[in-house]
Design a protein around this ligand. Structure first.
Ligand SMILES: Cc1cc2nc3c(=O)[nH]c(=O)nc-3n(C[C@H](O)[C@H](O)[C@H](O)COP(=O)(O)O)c2cc1C
Length: 201
């Protein structure tokens, strides 16, 4: 697949999702161990010259180790996080709500987990991190940037409001204008301990 997409017109980059908890053989096994993540990342790296983004799972013990492993295997960037494994039970019917028993939890409930994983992944690697998980406002996005993300993604919020990404972009711009921050890059990692006292405004 990577080799074929490498030659496809209009494909700017590949995101390798090794973290889907929802489908059988959906790739979550690759996120369970750094060794498996390295194998699949290196295999895809060998077959494409496109920028390669590897999307990691929060359902792992050590996100920093996973991030370092896929960076060493040739990833150009990392996405964090995919959904957390969740379970809903229908008490009336005494059975799981979802046909697949477990499902992926996303949206505002996962934001603190996603921020922590973004922070730990970004501090572990030199390649850029794309942060996501519960972003619904520009301020949420600013928090991810300050945690070390170089870019952000908006998923679940778009199901509530298809224009959510536009509101998020406007919100980032409004925050920056209010604080007199010139470049989005000035926000990246702004909350890290070594940057304290050197705020960008
Ligand atoms: C309905 C739904 C489908 C998703 N499908 C994918 C997918 O196919 N590939 C993938 O990498 N992530 C998928 N995700 C995960 C999201 O891209 C995102 O990583 C996660 O939901 C956290 O961000 P959010 O809280 O903004 O949605 C899906 C999420 C939802 C809610």
């Amino acid at each position: 697949m990577a080799a074929r997409l490498d030659r496809a017109e209009g494909v700017a980059a590949l995101e390798l999702n090794i973290s889907c908890p929802n489908v059988k053989e959906g790739g979550i096994a690759f996120s369970a161990s750094p060794e498996a993540a390295v194998r699949v990342t290196a295999a895809v790296r060998d077959r494409t010259r496109l920028p390669l983004i590897v999307k990691l799972s929060p359902n792992t013990g050590d996100i920093a180790a996973m991030a370092r492993a896929v960076e060493a295997a040739g990833a150009d960037a990392i996405s964090v996080i995919n959904t957390l494994v969740g379970l809903a039970i229908d008490a009336e019917r005494a059975r799981p709500v979802l046909g697949n028993t477990f499902g992926g939890l996303s949206g505002p409930a996962v934001k603190p987990v996603a921020l922590a994983m973004t922070w730990n992944a970004a501090r572990a690697v030199r390649i850029p991190v794309i942060g996501m998980g519960g972003i619904t406002t520009g301020r949420d996005a600013v928090e991810f940037l300050m945690a070390g993300a170089s870019a952000v993604a908006v998923g679940t919020a778009t199901f509530v409001d298809p224009l959510a990404p536009v509101r998020v972009i406007d919100g980032i711009a409004a925050f920056m204008a209010g604080k007199g921050v010139a470049r989005v890059g000035d926000l990246v990692g702004a909350a890290w301990p070594e940057r304290r006292g050197a705020r960008p405004w």
